[in-house]
Design a protein around this ligand. Structure first.
Ligand code: FAD
Length: 220
């Protein structure tokens, strides 16, 4: 691996439409840093399983966390090969033929071997990093984990061994013979947008909504 890119390996090389692929860290990290939901796949005791989870990237690693009682986290803490995917969905691409319908997206597939972060100080730092990734600014406001909460939480690091990004943008790519078909074709843009914040019943009615809540923009 160079400093600026992940070397395409046998398992991470994009064969289908390789022009849409990228291995440079700038592209891979940009997608990982914008996303908030990962799908984490590994081989469990009953075979392959893929589980949705929050995550954060820290340097060349993906951080995960969850209950110390979680079967998933327990398996990851033992150290296992995992594949983590993150997708930002940008649009539906409606071509003139059903065959050429597609989606616009930015996605990343990461491979690595999981390991537990057990040291309390490192664990706390990783959890703070995850909070800041998911809701930038929240870590300053919210109470941090106490010793009991730290004990009840498993924190997992997946150092990135291989990673690829794949990006599709733009209009449909129709066969030239189909361009005369008289139907609408184009892109339906999609984006994840926050709705208006809803204070809970314990928040004073005159408590202002923090800027980082009002201006939340992750997932795009
Ligand atoms: C948006 C999102 C974010 C999440 N973030 C986190 C996180 O950061 N940390 C965390 O620990 N958990 C997170 N979860 C919950 C996570 O998906 C698992 O449910 C949880 O980790 C328990 O996994 P487990 O394998 O230990 O559970 P188990 O109950 O042991 O799983 C047993 C079986 O239950 C089913 N199952 C488990 N989870 C789901 C699910 N989410 N949807 C449908 N079926 C399921 C599967 O068939 C699985 O094989 C998140 C879920 C979502 C949807």
């Amino acid at each position: 691996m160079t400093d600026a890119a992940f070397d395409p390996s046998e398992r991470s090389t994009i064969h289908r439409l390789p022009s849409r692929g990228a291995y440079d860290k700038k592209t891979v990290f940009d997608i990982l840093d914008r996303g908030i939901l990962a799908h984490v796949g590994f081989t469990g005791e009953h075979g392959p399983v893929v589980i949705p989870m929050g995550y954060a990237r820290r340097e060349d690693a993906v951080l995960l966390h969850g209950s110390a009682k979680s079967r998933l986290l327990g398996a990851l803490a033992k150290g296992t090969d995992v594949c983590v995917t993150v997708t930002l969905l940008d649009g539906l691409v409606l071509a003139r033929s059903t065959f050429h319908h597609s989606m616009n997206y930015r996605s990343v597939v990461v491979f690595g071997r999981s390991r537990e972060i057990a040291d309390a100080k490192e664990k706390n730092a990783a959890l703070e990093h995850i909070v800041e990734h998911l809701v930038p600014g929240r870590g300053v406001d919210a109470r941090g984990a106490n010793d009991g909460e730290l004990d009840a939480t498993l924190v997992i690091e997946v150092p990135i061994q291989d990673a690829s990004a794949k990006i599709r943008t733009g209009p449909p790519v129709d066969e030239s013979r189909d361009l005369s078909i008289d139907i609408w074709a184009g892109v339906v843009p999609l984006e994840m947008k926050p709705g208006a914040p809803i204070a809970d019943e314990h928040t004073a009615s005159d408590k202002p909504v923090p800027d980082y809540v009002r201006d939340y923009s992750k997932g795009r």
